[in-house]
Design a protein around this ligand. Structure first.
Ligand SMILES: *Cc1c(COP(=O)(O)O)cnc(C)c1O
Length: 432
């Protein structure tokens, strides 16, 4: 009863993200009463495996005992304080740890409160750093099929037409270079050549290239070879172009290393982090950059070179406490190694999807597995059918169009993986 009551009250007053609200005339909205570990529970006692980590943020489960405890401790000490002119222990400690954990050479952290705003920070810093050097670089390059968030700047460098097209007249200047077409090294080399050609034409205008290392999330979980990152790094150095690595989705162990850039042994000029940063608890994001970039803004006030960007909740203490607790778990438990074992198991289970005639391709990078379906028109909304089948059977899957994917919290067990993946298999088989 409570389920229905909340649904009705909700639809009276809420407008949900990324949703055609009319869909909810037929598609039931699901009020969640509580959650623990990988399970969400509604008011009727139905439980759902959170197969997508609540939009890719939750890495150590819901109401995680340890993270809960650390946030509660912080709550009674300091909830928030202005970060201009003031500081606090959680943010200092978090920054020290991030500098240590991230690729060599990233030495300064700038905070904001979601992935999109952190992307904006990186774009503005890149442009501004060139400007402080006396260079006017107003063009940003990104990859075809990329996703970097929904605010105007972030949307401008994205390339998922579904989200972008409508707003095209409002967007800032950007140009797309081809993403490697598949996971082969040949595709990586070919795509990097395309970027080099673009640089030969426009290097003097380009401020930065922004990319999602290894996996393009909202762009259908498209994956490519790490060699691409190495080649892009070299080309950026050659043409004095910044490399912005948007690890909002792939950061914090998702790909089998702490950060995806490590697969290619590269250091970007800007590293953008959010989502898993607080274990999926609180909104927080950060941009890490080098001392070389930082130095370009460091001078007497009268030179007008400071980065005058801020958000009210910059470096929120509760969020930083959640992030520190999350990093404690990485430190105390063998998370990255365990993830490799889980990934292996998921990879084995992924194989049987290949037998289905409506499956075009399966692909995997670490703890991200994707199944591309074929033979459906967009109007058939095949992803929605898989979503509904999942819910009836206790699994939250949220396909991206015709791509069904799994991105569970790292604490999932083999039995739970069986349940999650077998349910998706049955859903896809039923639709064959
Ligand atoms: C989710 C995401 C963003 C945007 O983050 P929000 O917190 O949703 O604004 C940016 N880049 C990538 C790669 C993402 O997956």
């Amino acid at each position: 009863m409570k389920n229905i009551e909340l649904k009705n009250r909700d639809l009276d007053v809420l407008w949900h993200p990324c949703t055609q609200m009319k869909d909810h005339e037929t598609l039931p909205l699901i009020p969640i009463k509580k959650a623990h570990g990988i399970y969400l529970e509604d008011f009727e006692g139905n439980r759902y495996i959170d197969g997508i980590s609540s939009w890719w943020v939750n890495i150590f489960g819901h109401t995680n005992t340890y993270i809960n405890e650390k946030i509660k401790e912080q709550l009674d000490t300091l909830e928030h304080v202005i970060l201009a002119g003031f500081t606090h222990e959680q943010v200092v400690r978090l920054s020290e740890r991030l500098v240590k954990l991230t690729p060599e050479g990233l030495e300064k952290c700038f905070y904001s409160d979601n992935g999109s705003s952190a992307v904006e920070v990186a774009l503005k810093m890149s442009y501004h750093a060139h400007r402080n050097d006396g260079k006017k670089r107003t063009l940003f390059v990104s990859l075809t099929n990329s996703y970097h968030g929904e605010t105007i700047g972030a949307l401008s460098v994205g390339d998922v037409q579904l989200y972008k097209e409508t707003y095209e007249p409002l967007l800032i200047r950007s140009v797309q270079t081809a993403v490697p077409k598949d996971m082969s090294i040949e595709a990586a080399v070919e795509a990097a050549c395309g970027f080099e050609t673009l640089c030969q034409e426009k290097a003097g205008e380009i401020s930065a290239i922004i990319l999602e290392p290894l996996v393009q999330g909202a762009g259908s979980m498209h994956m490519y070879h790490p060699e691409f990152l190495r080649l892009i790094r070299t080309i950026c150095d050659k043409y004095d172009i910044h490399l912005i690595a948007d690890e909002v989705m792939v950061g914090f162990g998702r790909t089998g290393k702490m950060f995806a850039c490590e697969h290619a042994n590269i250091t970007p000029d800007f590293l953008v982090l959010s989502k898993g940063l607080t274990g999926g608890y609180l909104p927080l994001s950060t941009v890490l950059t080098t001392n070389a970039i930082y130095a370009k803004f460091y001078c007497d006030y009268s030179e007008h070179k400071a980065f005058l960007h801020s958000h009210s909740y910059t470096g929120n203490a509760l969020a930083c406490a959640a992030a520190n607790a999350t990093l404690d778990i990485f430190e105390n438990e063998n998370v990255i190694e365990n993830n490799k074992v889980i990934s292996q198991y998921m990879g084995e289970k992924l194989q049987k999807f290949r037998e289905l005639s409506n499956v075009k391709e399966v692909r995997q990078t670490g703890m991200i597995c994707a199944i591309e379906l074929q033979g459906y028109t967009p109007e058939q909304r095949i992803g929605l059918k898989v979503y509904e089948y999942g819910l009836i059977n206790g699994v939250l899957l949220r396909p991206l169009g015709h791509i069904v994917y799994f991105m569970p919290p790292y604490i999932i067990t083999n039995r739970e993986i069986d349940k999650m993946m077998d349910t998706a298999y049955e859903a896809i088989k039923t639709l064959e």
